[in-house]
Design a protein around this ligand. Structure first.
Ligand code: ADP
Length: 305
């Protein structure tokens, strides 16, 4: 009854937008879909998953955090991690990009934010994932307009409310630009976790998984070479690289012959030369300078992982 009354009081238009576009009914990502990031997974188990599954063990001094910040270069699993956490915790998953919130719903974004937290409370336990959070939580500056300022304030109020109510809502914010974040927002995102570029082991694991989808004939030595050549590549870059390498044998087939091919096994296997070729134009999307900036920020403001 109480739940029905709360729903009736909501702004119906905003509630509909949230149910249709922000509520993700099946993120479906599993822990094992994420390569590498072992320490990060461990930190998320301790800080989110165990407390969500066994709330009675995590009270008082052991109370779980209400706000987590995932930061680091794009394309390394921040979104995937948030989705996997929602699957593992069996939580309702609301996912919104802050830049869409600012551009698409400007004027109404404050109302949308309020409704979002109310719906998340009704559907608790819930996870609210806010991607590109820097677009709404930038440090105060002269260009900041009134609407952005109000949206930021509303978000902070809602986040404080989460801390004081009995509902189980966790906010996971993600950003590629942590150094732009407002201090007040940072203070509330108490657990900050750096999601960096994949190391050699993670690159090997990801590429092995991707290349299983096509026939390839790389020796162990050649595969290890590709792993070394891709130092500095993000996981998303590796995805593009393997896709392009997998296309090379197809590109060799004259268009007139494509329709005549009898089965996928008639296509030649992917080989190391294909990787050498595509490595020339699929370059790392993140520069060394940018990685250094993350490390500097991590040292001063980041978390232990
Ligand atoms: P971010 O949110 O950090 O920008 P995403 O989580 O959206 O990056 O990752 C983009 C894509 O790259 C994913 O859809 C996935 O295909 C791939 N990817 C990124 N990180 C990983 C990872 N650790 N393991 C497996 N695939 C990954």
């Amino acid at each position: 009854m109480e739940r029905k009354a709360t729903i009736a009081k909501l702004d119906q238009k905003m509630a509909q937008v949230i149910m249709e576009t922000i509520l993700d009914r099946g993120p479906g990502v599993k822990w094992d879909d994420i390569e590498g990031l072992k320490d990060v997974k461990q930190a998320l188990m301790e800080n989110i998953i165990y407390p969500q599954l066994r709330p009675e063990l995590f009270t008082g001094l052991r109370s779980p955090t209400k706000g987590i910040l995932l930061y680091g270069p794009p394309g390394n699993g921040k979104t995937l991690l948030a989705k996997a956490v929602a699957t593992e915790c069996r939580s309702t998953f609301f996912s919104i990009s802050a830049s869409a919130l600012v551009s698409k719903y400007m004027g109404e974004s404050e109302k949308l934010m309020k409704t979002l937290f109310t719906l998340a409370a009704i559907q608790s336990p819930s996870i609210i994932f806010i991607d590109e959070v820097d677009s709404m939580l930038t440090k105060r500056n002269a260009e900041e307009n009134e609407a952005t300022r109000r949206l930021k304030t509303e978000f902070l109020i809602q986040l404080d409310g989460v801390g004081s109510s009995n509902t189980r809502i966790l906010v996971i914010a993600a950003t590629n630009r942590p150094y732009d974040l407002d201090e007040a927002a940072l203070r509330r995102l108490t657990k900050r976790i750096y999601i960096g570029l994949p190391d050699a082991e993670a690159r090997a694991g990801l590429m092995r998984k991707l290349m299983k989808q096509v026939d390839s004939k790389l020796s162990t030595y050649e595969f290890d070479q590709v792993v070394q050549w891709t130092e500095g590549y993000s996981s998303a870059d590796l995805n593009s690289l393997c896709k392009e390498a997998a296309m090379e044998p197809i590109r060799e087939i004259p268009p007139s012959k494509i329709m005549e091919l009898r089965s996928p096994s008639s296509v030649r296997k992917v080989q190391v030369g294909d990787f050498q070729k595509v490595l020339q134009f699929i370059r790392p999307s993140v520069s060394k300078g940018t990685i250094q900036e993350y490390h500097n920020w991590h040292k001063s403001c980041g978390g232990p992982v």
